[in-house]
Design a protein. Structure first.
Length: 282
């Protein structure tokens, strides 16, 4: 009987893999190669800007449970430019056992390539046990803009995150050198009330741009000074890595602010007008 239950539990877990390879062909970035395993896929590419490839990653089950693994590998070949987002939030549900769910993301930005990684937020239900590992490798001339938005519990339902554990680690490598390690580790509500933690906020978010130069920082600072909400927000620029961090209670103002910052980065840093994925309007 025990063996039957173990076999059933094993079948219920997903190990999903998605590998995307973007290449520049005839002055247009194409999704040249795609391989997938399990419930991870990508929609047909969109070209609202003509030459930049917009992609939407889909996870049909709609949520992640204990034992699930999401493994995403993205490569932008020399001079390619891709923008990748998701149509909705990724939900990490309560783990019914000691099994941990994992999300692994690797992004390789080759010479003179650009990757914009702009997913919707992660929502961690109380009782979730999850680990997220992100590694960004940027080669000479490459540029990366990305964000992570984490919601702990469901504040709209007055539900906090008082059980479970979340471990998150983001590494940024530029020209083979480790420049940033961004970590978050919480067990139940141990981090929530800490002055160096979430400070009783439900949302934690980071926007990263690299490699970034100082002369383009001033306009971003002006945007932050004009931020009308009560969220805690700050910006650092160390070792060519720009990080904007936010603690808040609701996703809407954070996302609104991040889109404004991204739009400014696009204009001043990438020399391209902002072109928001149309899925954001649905």
């Amino acid at each position: 009987m025990q063996n039957s239950k173990s076999s059933k539990d094993q079948r219920a877990r997903w190990h999903a893999e998605l590998k995307l390879d973007y290449q520049l062909k005839s002055k247009k970035t194409c999704l040249a190669k795609k391989s997938q395993k399990g419930p991870l896929t990508v929609q047909r590419p969109f070209y609202p800007e003509g030459d930049i490839c917009h992609s939407y990653i889909l996870h049909p089950p709609g949520g992640v449970v204990g034992g699930d693994i999401l493994d995403i590998d993205i490569n932008a070949a020399a001079s390619a430019h891709c923008l990748i987002t998701t149509p909705g939030a990724t939900k990490f549900y309560r783990s019914k056992s000691d099994l941990e769910s994992n999300q692994i993301l690797r992004i390789n930005v080759e010479k003179d390539a650009v990757v914009e990684w702009l997913p919707q937020q992660n929502i961690f239900f109380t009782g979730a046990c999850s680990q997220l590992n992100t590694e960004i490798n940027i080669q000479p001339g490459g540029k990366f803009i990305g964000w992570e938005m984490h919601c702990f519990g469901r504040p709209a339902n007055n539900e906090g995150f008082d059980q479970g554990s979340i471990k998150s680690c983001t590494q940024i490598n530029i020209n083979g050198e480790l420049r940033l390690v961004e970590q978050l580790n919480t067990d139940g509500n141990s981090l929530a009330q800490s002055p160096c933690g979430l400070r009783n906020k439900a949302m934690q978010a980071s926007l990263i741009a690299a490699p970034f130069c100082y002369k383009q920082k001033q306009k971003l600072e002006q945007l932050l000074l004009g931020y009308p909400h009560k969220d805690l927000i700050g910006m650092t620029l160390v070792d060519e890595v720009l990080v904007i961090r936010v603690l808040g209670d609701h996703i809407e103002p954070i996302l609104e602010n991040f889109i404004s910052l991204w739009s400014q980065l696009r204009t001043d840093w990438l020399q391209r007008p902002a072109c928001a994925p149309r899925i954001w309007d649905t």
